[in-house]
Design a protein around this ligand. Structure first.
Ligand code: ARG
Length: 485
C-alpha cells in the first residue's frame, strides 16, 4: 500500500459513532472483533468508485421518483466534496464505520443531513461492494492494457533495430540454431499480445452491473437497472440477483490472467538475468535497474528482473487465495468475500509496477542532441555472434544441405555429428574446416557449403512466415505495429 495515498484514521472513535446496524444489538463488538471484521484499512481505495456508483444510483432513484430533486442535489454536492477530500488526501476514515461504504455514507450524512440517509434506499452493501470492485477492476484492467501496449512497443522497436543481429537460439539452454535478437524480442511480444487478449476478454465479464440485486433478492422499489448500467459504462446488467452479489469469478479470472502475465515476465526476466551474467555477456541493463553488492565491489546485480521473477509467487498465491475463498460458499453474499480485496489490490499494484518498469527497462528514447533513438538495454552483438559460432549453431544447416543433396536425414545427422566432433577437437567452427576435411564426412559436400555454414546463410534460409530470416523479422515487426495501430 503506498503510504502517501493512504488516508489516515479518524481519531474520533466509539461512543460518538455506534455502528450503523447497532439498533438490533445489546452490546458493541470488542476492539479485536472490530479490527477483525473491518475492511476500511484497505478498501478505502474503492472510494472514487463507490462515489461514482452512488451518484448513478441516486440519479436513477430520482428519475423513478423515489428521491426528490432536492435530495439528489444534496447528495451530488456532498459526494462531490467527499471526492475532492479524497483526492486531496483529506479524507479520514473511522474503524467504527467498518468499511468504505459506511464511512462515505456517514461523511455524506454529516455534510447534507437526511438526503445522505436516503441514499441507501433500494440497495445493499452487497450489491454496492460488488459494483465498486467491478468498477475498480475495470479501471485497473484499462491501465494494465495501456502498459501492456507500451511494453510491446518497446519490444517491437528493439526487434526492428536488431532484425539481423545474430544470437544463438537455445533448446535445453544449449546453443541450438542461430536466430536474431529481433526474432527473440518478437517472441516475447507474442506472449504479451496474448496477455492483452486475455485481459480484454476478461474485461467483458467484469463489465456487468450487479447494483439492483440489493441484499440478494432484488428490491421492492421501482428501480431502472439499465439506466444505472448505461450511466456507469457497463455493457449490461448481471441477470440474476443471487449470482450478482455472490460470485467473484470475474476477479478470479483476472488473477488467472495476471498469473500468466507474471509467468511471462518471470520467463523474460530469467533470460535477462542469464544474458547479463558476465559468462554470457549478451546484454547489459542500464544502471538504474541494477544494484551493487555491499561487500563485492565488482558486482552489478540485475535486481529488477530478479524481483519480476520473484513477484510471480505472490501472484500465483493471490489466484489460489481467491479460488479457495470462493470454494464452498453457499449463495448468496457471505462476508468471506471481503477477503477478495487485498489479493486483488496487491495483484494490480504488482502488475502495474512490473509492466511499467519493464517498458522503461526495455524501452528507448530519442536523444535531443543527436535526434537518434537510444535504447536503454545494451545489446552486445559481438558476444552473441561469438556464442553462436562456438555452439556449432549451423550444424542443422549442414545436415539439411546433405538431405537436399539426397542423403536420408538420419545419415546426414550422423555425418554432421562426426564433423562437429572433429571441429570441436580442432577448436574451430564448422565453417573453418576445409572442403577436403568436410568431404571426409560426406562426399556430397561441395564448395557451395560455405554459404550454408555461415550464420547469415543459416538465418536467411529460414525465410517463411514465423521464421527468423531478417526480412521475416522485419515483416513481423510491421504486422505487430499494425496490430497496435
Ligand atoms: N465490506 C464488505 C465487503 O467487502 C461490504 C459488504 C458487507 N455486506 C454485509 N452484508 N456484511 O464485502
Amino acid at each position: 500500500m503506498r503510504q502517501a495515498e493512504t488516508p489516515t484514521a479518524d481519531p474520533v472513535q466509539s461512543e460518538a459513532n455506534p455502528a450503523v446496524w447497532s439498533g438490533r444489538f445489546s452490546e458493541p463488538v470488542s476492539e479485536r472483533v472490530k479490527r477483525y471484521t473491518a475492511s476500511i484499512p484497505f478498501d478505502w481505495r474503492l472510494a472514487p468508485f463507490d462515489i461514482q456508483g452512488s451518484l448513478a444510483h441516486a440519479a436513477m432513484l430520482q428519475h423513478v421518483g423515489v428521491l426528490s430533486a432536492q435530495d439528489l442535489a444534496d447528495i451530488r454536492r456532498g459526494l462531490g466534496e467527499i471526492l475532492v477530500d479524497f483526492e486531496n488526501g483529506r479524507f479520514t476514515w473511522n474503524l467504527d464505520d467498518e468499511d468504505i461504504h459506511f464511512n462515505i455514507e456517514r461523511a455524506l450524512t454529516r455534510k447534507v443531513g437526511d438526503a445522505g440517509k436516503r441514499l441507501h434506499t433500494g440497495r445493499s452493501r452487497n450489491d454496492q461492494v460488488a459494483t465498486d470492485v467491478r468498477l475498480w477492476l475495470r479501471d485497473a484492467i484499462d491501465r494494465i492494457l495501456e502498459l501492456n501496449i507500451q511494453a510491446r512497443r518497446a519490444l517491437i522497436d528493439l526487434a526492428e533495430h536488431h532484425a539481423a543481429t545474430v544470437m544463438p537460439g537455445f533448446t535445453h539452454l544449449q546453443a541450438a540454431q542461430p536466430v536474431t535478437f529481433g526474432h527473440h524480442m518478437l517472441a516475447w511480444q507474442e506472449m504479451l499480445t496474448r496477455d492483452h487478449e486475455r485481459l480484454v476478454d476478461c474485461r467483458r465479464r467484469v463489465n456487468r452491473l450487479p447494483l439492483g440485486a440489493a441484499a440478494l433478492a432484488g428490491t421492492s422499489f421501482p428501480i431502472d437497472r439499465e439506466m444505472v448500467a448505461r450511466e456507469l459504462g457497463f455493457d449490461g446488467v448481471c441477470e440474476n440477483s443471487l449470482d450478482a452479489v455472490s460470485d467473484r469469478d470475474f476477479a478470479i479470472e483476472f488473477l488467472a490472467a495476471g498469473a500468466l502475465i507474471m509467468t511471462h515476465f518471470s520467463r523474460m526476466a530469467e533470460e535477462l538475468v542469464i544474458w547479463m551474467t558476465p559468462r554470457f555477456g549478451f546484454i547489459d541493463l542500464a544502471d538504474r535497474f541494477c544494484t551493487g553488492s555491499s561487500i563485492m565491489p565488482q558486482k552489478k546485480n540485475p535486481d529488477v528482473p530478479e524481483l519480476m521473477r520473484g513477484k510471480t509467487g505472490r501472484m500465483n498465491g493471490h489466484l489460489i487465495s481467491l479460488l479457495t475463498l470462493m470454494k464452498g460458499q453457499p449463495l448468496a453474499y457471505n462476508k468471506d468475500n471481503q477477503e477478495d480485496k487485498e489479493p486483488l489490490f496487491d495483484a494490480v499494484d504488482t502488475l502495474v509496477d512490473t509492466l511499467a518498469i519493464f517498458a522503461e527497462m526495455m524501452g528507448s528514447h530519442i536523444d535531443e542532441q543527436t535526434g537518434k533513438r537510444v535504447f536503454h538495454v545494451t545489446v552486445k552483438a559481438e558476444r552473441m555472434r561469438q556464442a553462436a559460432v562456438e555452439g556449432f549453431a549451423t550444424a542443422t544447416d549442414l545436415a539439411d544441405y546433405l538431405v537436399k543433396k539426397g542423403l536420408p536425414f538420419r545419415e546426414a545427422h550422423e555425418a554432421v555429428a562426426r564433423a562437429v566432433r572433429a571441429a570441436e577437437q580442432k577448436g574451430c567452427d564448422l565453417a573453418d574446416l576445409s572442403l577436403i576435411e568436410l568431404q571426409a564426412f560426406s562426399p556430397l559436400v561441395e564448395a557451395d557449403i560455405y554459404a550454408v555454414l555461415t550464420l547469415e546463410g543459416s538465418l536467411a534460409a529460414r525465410d517463411h512466415l514465423g521464421g527468423t530470416a531478417p526480412n521475416q523479422v522485419r515483416a513481423a515487426v510491421a504486422r505487430a505495429r499494425a496490430r497496435l495501430g
